[in-house]
Every structure is written in C-alpha cells, then in structure tokens.
Design a protein around this ligand. Structure first.
Ligand SMILES: Cc1cc2nc3c(=O)[nH]c(=O)nc-3n(C[C@H](O)[C@H](O)[C@H](O)COP(=O)(O)OP(=O)(O)OC[C@H]3O[C@@H](n4cnc5c(N)ncnc54)[C@H](O)[C@@H]3O)c2cc1C
Length: 510
C-alpha cells in the first residue's frame, strides 16, 4: 500500500487549500485534489469577486456592519472583525503574487457593488472571472514552491485517528482506486461546499461535502448546518450544474420578470431585485411554484455592453441560444453556498486535535444565517493564512503511524448508487430547500435513514452525501423559526430566543 509522511496534508486545492499550502513554507506539505490543481474547485468558477474595504469612503467597520446584517443576528462579531480587518491585506498579498485585477484608466482598482453591500468594495478580474484569476495566480506560485507535493486525481476518504488525534488521511488514487495513506502532524480540510446534494445547484459535481462528512464521522463538532444559501439567479437551461448568472447584473439595474411580463420584486421588498439573496430566491421560487417562469431582463440595463461586462455569463447564455443583449435570461434559484460546516476557532482549529479546516467546508461563524456576497473567497484567503499561522505556532506533535491504518479497505459500493444519488438530490431540493416545514423535514429524515440502510457499503459520493443530508435536515428540523437562508413556512418569523449559532456532533444526531 502506498503511503507518505508530511508535516501537513491539505485536502482540497481551491483558494483555501492553495493559500494554506503556500503559507506553510518551509514545512513539507502535500495537497490532494480530486482532479488536477484548481479543477473541480468552486473557487475557479467564482464570478463576482472578493469583498475588501479599500475604497476611500469605506472601512473594515462598515464592511463588518454589512456582514453582520446579512448574517441575520447570529454571526460571531469577533470573527467578522478579523475577516473585514484582514481583507485589504489579503488583496495586497494576491497583488504581490501577480494577480491581475480590473483597473480603471487611472490604474486604480475597479470596485464593484453587490446586493447588501453599503459601499463599492468588490475587487474583480476579467469582468466576471475573478475566481479563475486568483486560482491561476496561486497555482503559478505553487509550481514554484519546493515545499509542496501536489497529489492530483486523488480523493480523501476518511481521517486517520489515533487516541482521539487526527494523524493523517486515508485516500484513493483515481481511477485505479489504489489506496494511499498519508501521515501528517497537521491535517487540513479545505474540500469546499455541498451543492451536489441538491438537484439544482451552481456548484461543481465534486462539491459533495466530503470534508464535512469525514469530520462528522470522526466525531468533530459541526456548526450551523441548517443554513444553505440558494442563489436566486442560476441559468435555467436544463444543465447540471446550472451556470451562475451573477448578482452584479442586477446590480447594474437588470430586472426580474415573469412570463406574464410582471416585475414582482418591488412589491416584496423595498430594495426590489437587490433585496437579500434569500428574499429574492424565495420570491422566484414562489413564482415557479405557481407555474410561472422567470427571466432576468438585462436588455436595457446592460444591453450591447453584455459581452464586455459579463463575458462568462454571455458565453453560457449564447451556448444555450439565448442572446442576453436582446432576450430575457431564463433563471431559477439553485443551491450555492453552505454557511455551515466543521466548527473552527479564530485560527481555523477544529474540535479534534491535529485537524484544521478552512474555506467553505468550515464554519468560522462569520456568515451567520446568510453569507454576504463576495465574502467567501475572502474567508478562504484570510483563513487559509490563519490556519498556516496557527500550524507554524503550534506544530510540535510527533509523527504517528497507527498500525491499524495499514489494513485500510475502501467501501466497494453497489449497483444502484446513481439512482440513489438522484433520489436524494430531488428529496433535498423538495423537502430541505428554500421553503421547509416540520413534516417535510421529518419525511426527509426518514427517507435519508432508509437510503442509508439500503446502501451500507456506498462509495465516497453517496456515503458522504447521506451524512451531510442527515446533518442539514436534522439541524433544519430543530430550528423552529425562520432566519436568513433558513425559512420554515410553519415558523415564518425569527424567534429572539433562537438568535444563536447551532452546534452538533454526528453521534448526537437522531
Ligand atoms: C458559480 C459560483 C460562483 C461564485 N462566486 C463567488 C464570488 O464571486 N465571490 C465569492 O466570495 N464567492 C463566490 N462563490 C463561492 C466560492 O467560490 C466558494 O465558497 C469558495 O471558492 C470555496 O473555496 P474552497 O477553497 O473552500 O473550496 P473549492 O474552491 O470548492 O475547492 C475544493 C477543493 O477540494 C477538493 N476536494 C473535495 N473533496 C475532496 C476529497 N474527498 N479529496 C480530495 N480533494 C477533494 C476539490 O477537488 C477542490 O480542489 C461562488 C461559487 C460558485 C459555485
């Protein structure tokens, strides 16, 4: 069986994992990813940008205020403070590595505005290709970093534990399924989100919540699992995943219109199309439930400028035969971002000794019940750095080689897993999606339990999706109120007594 020893093993090569790896120099580091570097990472698909208070009329305090408002009363103030204060430095670091962000004719960074941001503070690249530019910049730095071994086309299956401490990971190389054991003094999960769990999602198919499920099986503390953000405007052309139609287009004045030609947002919220994401997403969902279809009309607001201003969205539309300069863009809400994840402290440390987490798979407490747009790339950058700083400061444990790990056998899977994944994704969208009720959530939990019993040897994807589904449905059924992205039609208002984060372990979930 192949194995290796490292100071640190990082699972995931999105912005969180790559940032951590670079900052861990000169420690010996392995970075694992399911595809090639950057491939299958949501980071590479991010369109809008990175939020940072660098405008002359802005400050970290104002950025923090907007972040707290979006979080609907349960964000951790200290963490929000850290994130917004460290944001300008994170942009400086990227510029130092050669990132090419959009600039105006005076050479100043162009700062975009997005919903619920009180100032123009979104740093962008290539109009709507910010994530790709950052990933490209980090990968180029990784290629020059002698301390990093990149292990591509390899999936981590589980954490390796010894006396309650995480001492590495069990993995397999794809497509041969050859097992790989990596021993490490520090293990970092940076596996991204959970969008694959929903039949409508903007996330790459590899966003199966692997890190969250691995940490859950190892009995780590998890937080805020009920909070799943749905993006209001994903391109509804039957593709899976659904291409994103960035919020910035609404920021430019595009309107939402149903097939009767009615603009419905102004009567729902004073900010109309720029209301918080959850409000817009639910309003569109409501139209769809009534049998209407919904389009985003950018013909007046953007018009002929579309190919220059939003090249990624333009290409997606044109490939589906829709010209957004003159036609409405068909849209629907889709699962986009998980605010919940592995509970970590201000340095990205989990409840398990030897385990850190950063990026979307972690729950720092910054996003509360709803993430402010463009704060997640920022969180991946800031926490990637903080995790590395903490490991440098605390790295003293000896390398452990538990003998039990040598007999590692991967689950072999069974035949009807594809259908089970399909069923689970439909169930989650219908029962644990934008609008939830106690009875739908109970039905979902029963069905998830049955699927788990029917597939005891499920391979990585289904095995992890079932764990994450259970965590989300359980947390959603326990939160008997509506807050941020979590909406219960049987408890439509927030409850002041529940204005706090939620924490759980898999072993305590019924
Ligand atoms: C279409 C889209 C647009 C977005 N736009 C924005 C935006 O403009 N601004 C913003 O702030 N946020 C945006 N987001 C959210 C943001 O992109 C993500 O939250 C962020 O990139 C997450 O970074 P990450 O490094 O945590 O994970 P990811 O970038 O998703 O990377 C995860 C990595 O983990 C690897 N991995 C997963 N499981 C395993 C396993 N078992 N073994 C080995 N490797 C594994 C994957 O291969 C991948 O390399 C967007 C998201 C999407 C989907």
């Amino acid at each position: 069986m192949r194995s290796g020893d490292y100071d640190a093993v990082i699972v995931g090569a999105g912005i969180a994992g790559l940032t951590t790896a670079l900052q861990l120099t000169p420690l010996r580091v392995a970075v694992l990813c399911k595809g090639t570097l950057g491939q299958f990472a949501a980071s590479d698909w991010a369109q809008g940008g990175v939020a940072a208070a660098i405008g002359t009329d802005d400050s970290p305090r104002l950025h923090a205020r907007d972040t707290l408002l979006a979080g609907a009363g349960i964000s951790d103030d200290t963490i929000v403070d850290i994130l917004t204060r460290d944001a300008p430095a994170a942009i400086e670091t990227l510029l130092g590595l050669g990132a090419s962000f959009d600039r105006d004719s005076d050479g100043e960074l162009v700062l975009g505005r997005e919903a619920a941001h009180g100032r123009r503070r979104i740093v962008k690249a290539g109009g709507d290709a910010t994530g790709h530019e950052i990933v490209k910049t980090l990968i180029s730095a990784i290629h020059h970093a002698a301390h990093i071994d990149v292990i591509e086309n390899t999936a981590a299956d589980d954490l390796m534990l010894h006396d309650g401490r995480v001492v590495g990971i069990y993995a397999h190389i794809q497509p041969s399924a050859q097992p790989l054991l990596l021993f490490a003094r520090a293990t970092i999960l940076a596996t991204g989100g959970i969008g694959r769990l929903y039949r409508a999602t903007t996330n790459p198919p590899q966003a199966c919540g692997d890190g969250l499920a691995m940490a859950a099986r190892a009995d780590a503390v998890l937080a805020d699992c009920e909070f799943v953000q749905f993006h209001p405007t994903a391109l509804a052309i039957g593709a899976d995943p659904m291409p994103l139609v960035t919020e910035a287009i609404r920021g430019e004045g595009a309107t939402l219109v149903n097939d009767l030609g009615e603009r419905f947002m102004p009567e729902i919220h004073a900010d109309a199309e720029l209301a918080p994401r959850d409000v817009v997403a639910r309003a569109i969902f409501d139209q769809l439930r009534r049998g209407r279809s919904v389009g985003l009309d950018a013909t007046q607001a953007v018009g002929a400028q579309f190919p220059v201003r939003f090249p990624t969205v333009f290409a997606s539309c044109m490939s589906a035969g829709i010209d957004p300069r003159v036609q409405r863009i068909p849209i629907a809400p889709a699962a986009h971002y998980h605010m919940g994840g592995i509970a970590v402290d201000a340095w990205g440390k989990s409840s398990l000794p030897g385990l850190w987490a950063c990026g979307e798979c972690s729950a720092t407490g910054v996003h509360g019940a709803n993430r402010l747009a463009s704060n997640s790339l920022l969180e991946a950058l800031v926490y990637g750095t903080r995790v590395a700083t903490d490991i440098h400061a605390t790295q003293t444990s000896p390398m452990l080689h538990p003998s039990i790990s040598r007999t590692y056998d991967r689950p072999c899977g069974d035949d009807d897993e594809t259908q089970a994944v399909r069923d689970l994704r439909h169930l989650m969208y219908a029962n644990v999606g934008l609008v939830r009720t106690g009875s739908d959530l109970r039905d979902a939990l029963d069905r998830i339990a049955t699927l788990t019993e029917e597939h005891p040897y499920a391979k990585t994807e289904l095995r992890n999706l079932l764990v994450v589904a259970r965590l989300i449905a359980n947390a959603a059924s326990e939160r008997c109120e509506s807050r941020g992205s979590h909406y219960r039609s049987d408890f439509p208002l927030p409850d002041a007594a529940l204005a706090h984060r939620s924490f759980r372990r898999l072993t305590s979930v019924v």
